[in-house]
Design a protein around this ligand. Structure first.
Ligand code: PEP
Length: 259
């Protein structure tokens, strides 16, 4: 069985001190670290300290960044490059997050360039897709997910799939407190798995696909019951170590029972 993935997206929250307090507390919990993939996507400023902590404590927590520039270096004020990130042992990079798409005008063309860079530089890619409420209400969810996925699938070989975690996050459920229902999450996950597995002619259980959108300890149990969900990408609730730990325990237990 693949280990459930619990990826925290801290967005623009947490100083270095707060990040260290979180990981120290996380490390001292009785979580089943061997059977979970815990990923923390922290702000750039915290990556160095978190990496030092992970190395010195032999922690199995994996470190991720929330953005990357697609060029190797250059006059790009305020941006960050692959080599700068690899100095901190970053394993994962989020690309295509709805906040980057909407607030920073990242379109499919740019997202694909970033995704390509992430994979070329041998990081794991956390690739986010999802429809807006308007698109869902207009019955366009399938078309949108297919379009966003196809942009990426067209530029990768199937041997890269092991380096990709797909994250389905309906835009209307991210940071809003509104989680998608069991059926909405299940249907979208079945669809995403089908698109990818048909594209590469592979079995759909080879795909890592997580759900993101107001996951909390109160809905984690229900969402973990969905076989097609390999884990979660969590924003708001991942800022609190107790909530993050609770959600991780819930998915670990549910997936063990449902194996
Ligand atoms: C996210 O940032 O990807 C996310 C899912 O946020 P939240 O859990 O706050 O909805």
């Amino acid at each position: 069985m693949k280990k459930p993935i619990v990826a925290a997206n801290w967005k623009m929250y947490k100083t270095i001190k707060e990040s260290l307090t979180f990981i120290e507390k996380l490390n001292s919990t009785n979580l089943d670290f061997d059977n979970l993939r815990l990923i923390i996507c922290a702000p750039f400023t915290s990556l160095n300290s978190l990496n030092n902590f992970i190395q010195s404590s032999n922690s199995s927590v994996e470190l991720g960044a929330q953005n990357i520039h697609h060029e190797s270096e250059g006059a790009y004020t305020g941006e960050i490059s692959a080599s700068m990130l690899s100095e901190h042992n970053i394993q994962h990079i989020i690309v295509g997050h709805s906040e980057r798409r909407t607030l920073f005008n990242e379109d499919d063309e740019l997202i694909v360039k970033k995704a390509k860079k992430v994979l070329e530089e041998n990081f794991n890619l956390i690739f986010c897709i999802g429809e807006t409420l308007e698109q869902r209400e207009e019955g366009k969810t399938e078309k949108i997910l297919e379009g966003e996925l196809n942009c990426l699938l067209a530029i990768i070989n199937k041997d890269k799939l092991g380096k990709i975690i797909f994250a389905y996050g309906p835009v209307w459920a991210i940071g809003t407190g509104l989680s998608a229902s069991f059926d909405q999450v299940k249907d979208a996950h079945i669809l995403v798995r089908k698109i990818i597995s048909d594209y590469f002619n592979i079995s759909s259980d080879q795909i890592d696909l997580v759900y993101g959108g107001s996951v909390k300890s109160t809905n984690a149990n229900e969402l973990s019951q969905i076989n097609e969900v390999s884990g979660f990408l969590i924003g708001g609730a991942s800022l609190d170590v107790e909530h993050y730990t609770k959600i991780s325990k819930i998915i670990n237990e549910v997936k063990k029972i449902n194996v």
